[in-house]
Design a protein around this ligand. Sequence first.
Ligand SMILES: [Zn+2]
Length: 491
Amino acid sequence: MNLHETAPRLLRLFIAGFALVLVQVGYWTLYRGAEMANHQRNPRYWTRVRSVERGRILDSHGQTLAESVLDTEPAKKADDDLPSALRRHLFRRRYPQGDLLSHVVGYSDWRQGQSGVESALSSYLTPPQALAMPRSFWELLSPPPRRGDDVVLTLDASLQKTAALALGNRAGAVVAVDVQTGAVLCMADYPRFDPSSVSDGKAWAKLIGNKEDYPLLPRAYAGLYPPGSTFKVLTAAAALQAGTATPQSTYQCDGTDKLGHSTVKCDKRSGHGQITLERGIAQSCNIALARVALDLGASAWEQTVLATGITQRPALFRPGTGTALVPPGKVPTGAALDGPQLAACGYGQGALAVTPLYLAGMGQMLGNGGLRHEPYLVDRITGSDGSVLYKGAPDAGNLVVSASAARATLAMMAKVFESGGTAAGLSRGMDLAGKTGSAQNPHGQAHSWFLAVGPARNPRVAVAVVVENAGWGRVAAGPVAVQVMRAALGR
Ligand SMILES: [Zn+2]
């Protein structure tokens, strides 16, 4: 082998290698360039985000929940490679409500990323056009003033505060929705965190490392719990709708009964004796509601339950993205309802799991004559010039049960607060419909649930409350729901 032979071969190899590099560079700059520039792992992306005055997040009364302020102490070490003129124009997020709305508003931090409204509505709060690459060196040194759009929520911060105080430092959640529209009025939960603390590395490590309380879990809309006896009202409404039961239909409860393929136990061990469906709801009889479900049949029960949207991810943050943040519930369907599941699900102890948001939505549907609206959180988005860019509104709705079935179910739920009911004396003079629940779970004491709709005869608000491992619905969740209802109806 001599030079004469190898030189052309080397040249060809060199040209091929060079072409390969060209293709690579072209691919990453021309084809994937925009994606790379806006990738959340790209520090320059975050520099651009921080140089834009992000829009505010406001409650329904105009209270500021999140705003951008000039960062007077940029993390110097991490920003060392930035020109000093740019460093003076960096913003940081301020959350004046502290931890009160941490799971709704979320956080936006260049180190830890984003969550909640900050994540789902990020393309409005910091519009992509405001993030355009600087067109000249001078623009890089003195960026033009840019401001994002404001996001106004349907949520009422003062009602949120009432809910948070009523829940106290017990793990759980409180959700209130407008019965006529599905607009979310409050969505409080505990444990929470202060979104301002997210930027502190040590505080952040502590938050994500807490595997006991999960303070980053938005329990109100992402916590899945067995619904317990609160689900009885849906079984009752489905049976009334199908005509397989009336409020006066009677059932025999001896405390324990062999139903279908399993043994159903009532919380009242001695049994309720002869009991109507109406008393079965008021006194939360498992055996009566298991029978109601069996009489109704699996396919009719399934059809009504699926119509409530239980298996769908709610588009809570619409028009934003982020439905991935809101999980669907769980319900056995088809063949899985054969055997003992139908009877167990009928009274809320089958293989069911729902979020507090879902349960509040069930109250909304019953209070709104059976017409379900998807819950929503964004009331409007306004541009920096004050123009309305988006207006939130209830969806067309989905009729789950007839108006008469919904009305009759609410009338039975009103008996829950009357003498002999599981929440007797709890309504404090208000005209309410409700249902207690205590959901057995393998991780300790039962979860305490309460669903309230009020006023019972002219419903405006639905409230769902869960208090983890707190036992009977009447004891823990009930008083919280009534307190929040009183504040919500008095608004
Ligand atoms: Zn019973």
